[in-house]
Design a binder for this molecule. Structure first.
Ligand code: GRF
Length: 193
């Protein structure tokens, strides 16, 4: 079977993009970065790694449906099997969800269902919890509500600032996301044999 092809969707720094790309035995090829912010640092990271980019401005389209239709065309052209969201700051709509049913995955920096949505790390820090974590899940039409694939706990230490907590969470993300990417692809390959 030929290697599965994946696109990463990201809007920000791209540390997860980098971690997935850097996994030496990654079970898929990362063949595209999709980004909705023209100045995002993740674009530089993709250029550095020679991963092709598709940067779009959602404001130039009449609707979410219109830009997602364009994305679906591009993703089909590139024969994409999987979409991994890594800090993509938009809600995925029905157009993309239907075209890639069961093939869109997200990582979220909390133990869902706790602290969904924006600034999950800040929410957990302000709430004063002793344990937070990381969740990898399938994407559905809600905000961080899709079926959970894997979770890892991360302690909040008494001396933590929001920043040190973020660093600890991101270190866990960088291990868990590439690992789950491989696990998902291996499971699908086993099932198709
Ligand atoms: C990560 O913390 C991820 O969990 C969340 O957005 C952040 C993206 O960070 N969805 P980066 O751009 O991968 O550094």
């Amino acid at each position: 079977m030929s290697k599965q092809r994946a696109a990463i969707f990201a809007s920000g720094t791209g540390s997860n993009f980098e971690a997935i790309n850097d996994k030496s035995d990654l079970a898929c090829d990362i063949v595209l970065l999709v980004c909705d912010k023209s100045g995002a640092t993740v674009i530089e990271k993709a250029n550095h790694k020679e991963v092709p980019t598709f940067v779009f401005n959602p404001k130039k389209y009449a609707s979410k449906e219109a830009y997602e239709q364009k994305l679906v065309e591009k993703l089909r052209e590139e024969k994409i099997d999987w979409i991994f969201l890594a800090g993509y700051m938009r809600i995925v709509g029905p157009t993309l969800l239907q075209a890639f049913e069961g093939r869109i995955i997200n990582i979220h920096p909390s133990l869902l269902p706790a602290f969904p949505g924006k600034d999950a790390i800040g929410q957990a820090y302000s709430a004063g919890v002793q344990t937070t974590g990381v969740t990898v899940h399938y994407v559905d039409e809600g905000i961080d509500t899709g079926p959970i694939i894997a979770q890892r706990e991360v302690p909040v230490l008494p001396e933590d600032t929001e920043d040190t907590l973020k660093q600890r969470i991101q270190r866990v993300e960088h291990t868990v996301y590439p690992k789950i990417v491989n696990q998902l692809i291996e499971d699908v390959q086993k099932a198709s044999k």
